[in-house]
Ligand binder design. Structure first.
Ligand SMILES: [Zn+2]
Length: 133
């Protein structure tokens, strides 16, 4: 017998001993559980669990006032460029999801991103002004 079904059967047997189950219920439960066990041992479940960063550096602390730390190679930059991330085989999106950053987290030093935002705001103000005139 399939090892996965055997394991599933044990689980279902335990379930059946605490509550009344119809044959159909038991059959579909065995099927469902054996499938999950199979998936878990195949590693597909394990992969979806976010891996911990290989270093003990908190990704939140990697983005600092004047620099940003690359969590892949632990080098510091002002801007973590697409080109640099490519050397680790990652896109900025993959990098963000790997280390649990939000999708729109700018991969640049905090101070820089603030400056940039300020400039953007100034530009927008300027746009508004010119629109009104
Ligand atoms: Zn790096």
């Amino acid at each position: 017998m399939d090892e996965f079904i055997k394991q599933a059967l044990d689980i279902v047997k335990a379930q059946a001993s605490v509550r009344t189950m119809t044959e159909d219920e038991i059959a579909s439960m065995v099927k469902k559980i054996s499938l999950s066990i199979k998936e878990i041992s195949a590693g597909s479940f394990v992969e979806s669990i976010p891996e911990e960063a290989p270093s003990d550096i908190d990704p939140k602390k990697a983005i600092r006032e004047k620099s940003i730390l690359c969590l892949e190679c632990q080098k510091t930059f002002k801007v973590l460029t697409k080109k640099h991330l490519a050397t680790h085989g990652l896109t900025p999106e993959e990098y963000r999801s790997k280390y649990g950053y939000k999708k729109n987290t700018p991969l640049i030093a905090k101070g820089l991103s603030r400056d940039r935002r300020k400039k953007m705001q100034e530009m927008q103000l300027w746009k508004k002004k010119t629109k009104k005139v």
